[in-house]
Design a binder for this molecule. Structure first.
Ligand SMILES: [Cu+2]
Length: 194
């Protein structure tokens, strides 16, 4: 299918040799002089950017770093209402070795403040705050996120090595902020083979 030919609109037709300057009047091409040391620093800056970009790719795809996602919005005044997963937070088993952990933060504690899972488990964490801004960092893992009132944040981690993983609030939330901590205990008993 061919487009219908456009007729030139009267008065807008560009006449050859009109206002465009003749090509012979164009200034001669000039090259920009870049000092030797300046050029070296430009190459170093480009190399540093490339290294940073590669390190982002390696951390995202090889080391499994994740950016905490906004899972949903939630009314912080309704966390205790029936049906809210934060009314009775804690660990839920979805399948052998697969868990979800709901953690509610409030001044100045986590609920629950102790979580036990068998080694080899994969846990998806969901967190929200009842009052002010908190944070959670689980030692030795990629779990490190803000806990905000009105927002449910989520991150996932796999726990292969038995041991005790402390978690703390890392966002100053008032006088007893330093008392806001808990423990995730990975028990030596392995997840049953599937
Ligand atoms: Cu805090």
């Amino acid at each position: 299918m061919s487009e219908p030919r456009q007729e030139p609109v009267p008065g807008t037709h560009h006449e050859p040799g009109g206002d465009a300057p003749p090509a012979s009047d164009a200034p001669p091409q000039e090259t920009i002089h870049v000092d030797r040391f300046e050029a070296a620093w430009m190459r170093i800056a480009a190399a540093v950017l490339a290294i940073f970009f590669i390190s982002i790719l390696v951390s995202a795809f090889a080391s499994g770093f994740q950016v905490p996602g906004v899972y949903q919005r939630i009314d912080p005044t309704k966390l205790y209402e029936p049906g809210s997963p934060f009314a009775d937070p804690g660990l839920r088993e979805l399948a052998p070795g697969k868990y979800e952990a709901y953690i509610r933060a409030q001044i100045w504690s986590f609920t629950p403040n102790e979580i036990r899972i068998p080694a080899g488990s994969e846990v998806t964490f969901y967190t929200t705050s009842q009052d002010v801004q908190h944070g959670i960092k689980i030692q030795g893992t990629n779990i490190n996120m803000m806990i905000l009132p009105g927002q449910v944040s989520t991150l996932k981690a796999k726990f292969d090595t038995p041991g005790t993983y402390d978690f703390v609030c890392h966002e100053y939330c008032g006088q007893l902020h330093h008392t806001m901590y808990g423990q995730l205990i990975v028990e030596a008993e392995q997840v049953a083979a599937q």
